[in-house]
Design a protein around this ligand. Structure first.
Ligand code: TLP
Length: 342
């Protein structure tokens, strides 16, 4: 039966499928703090293999994956370079300052990415007056840049510059597979030169919970200690990893979400909305509103369409596993009805 609403607030809202729930119920489990959960071990190995790295670490959330990575790359007072619109700076409650004691230096640049030259210009030489420059954090796809997929010709030079400057590189790849599918490039290639990557299973891939941090064996051994510090040592969490393993099979179908987002954007533009996406779009559409965005969000909710804001005058729509063509039609009808009010 078709739902009488559609939820476009985020791709985090997907519900586990019956098949996923069955796999969770039947998962083989053990105590992961002893390294004995076979399903978690399989998920960690599979994620690492997919991204061309040695080892993986299962964590409950994308936020914890990023924060454990920052802890494992830095010491207190170290400097981390990050785009000012990145999730690890903008949406993680200042956690990098709280846990790692990292000093965040913010950079700007198109579509959520700064250039290699901009990075070089900000990294100061070793000197008693300066923090120790240590880490660059990138994000692909870039959420606040409208889900921008960042191609290697843009990302590789930044990673190369970071390494020349003896900085490590972390990639927040909460939606890395969206980038890979949109660009038609294997995910492992996108992060070939990264030292660590976090991927989320609970976004477009449809798992109810879970992220994996991957990197070298030494890095992951260190990260495992920090996960423990943050209370993330989970016991028989193979029930969650089982969902994650199935989620990894949903990579190719992300193309359907992208196609629906494209249709949504084209139709919204056709209606006269200021809808936009990045140069390589994925599963998001942004709309600039002429006044405050919230009244439009409330009105859409009344019409059975859940959407969210990403700024006082910006709306974000996200397609995902639980949005079908009828859901897009429903959203478009609502926007048609709201047109006169914006
Ligand atoms: N993003 C959420 C909100 O927090 C904004 C969303 O709805 O998009 N990295 C990126 C790039 C993300 O977009 C998110 C979640 C995270 C990390 C954090 O993941 P969780 O929510 O699992 O901690």
């Amino acid at each position: 039966m078709a739902a009488d609403w559609v939820d476009l607030r985020s791709d985090t809202v997907t519900k586990p499928s019956p098949e996923m729930r069955r796999a969770m119920a039947e998962a083989e489990v053990g105590d992961d703090v002893y390294g004995e959960d076979p399903t978690i071990n399989r998920l960690e190995a599979e994620a690492a293999h997919l991204l061309g790295k040695e080892a993986g670490l299962f964590v409950p959330s994308g936020t914890m994956a990023n924060q454990v990575a920052i802890l494992a790359h830095t010491e207190r007072g170290d400097e981390m370079f990050i785009h000012q619109d990145s999730h690890a700076y903008y949406y993680e409650g200042g956690a990098a300052a709280l846990w790692a004691g990292a000093m965040l230096t913010l950079l700007d640049g198109a579509e959520g990415l700064f250039t290699a030259d901009a990075l070089r210009a900000r990294v100061r030489p070793a000197n008693i007056h300066h923090p120790r420059p240590r880490l660059v954090s990138l994000e692909n796809t870039h959420n606040r840049a409208g889900g921008a997929a960042l191609a290697p010709d843009r990302v590789d030079p930044v990673m190369a510059a970071a390494h020349e400057l003896e900085l490590s590189v972390h990639v927040d790849g909460a939606r890395l597979f969206n980038a890979a599918v949109a660009l038609g490039i294997p995910a492992a290639r996108l992060v070939r030169d990264a030292d660590s990557i976090s991927i989320c299973l609970s976004k477009g891939l449809g798992a109810p919970v879970g992220s994996v941090l991957v990197g070298s064996r030494t890095f992951i051994d260190r990260a495992r200690v920090y996960r423990k510090w943050l209370g993330g040592g989970m016991r028989q969490a193979g029930v969650l990893a089982a969902a994650g393993l199935l989620a990894l099979r949903n990579v190719d179908r992300l193309a359907e979400d992208h196609a629906r987002a494209e249709r949504l954007m084209a139709s919204l533009k056709g209606m006269g909305y200021q809808a936009w996406g990045p140069s390589v779009p994925t599963n998001m559409v942004m709309i600039e509103t002429s006044g405050p965005a919230q009244p439009l969000v409330d009105k859409a909710a009344d019409l059975g369409v859940r959407i969210g804001t990403m700024g006082a005058q910006r709306i974000r729509l996200v397609t995902h596993l639980d949005v079908d063509d009828a859901g897009i039609d429903r959203a478009l009808h609502a926007f048609e009805a709201m047109k006169v009010r914006d």
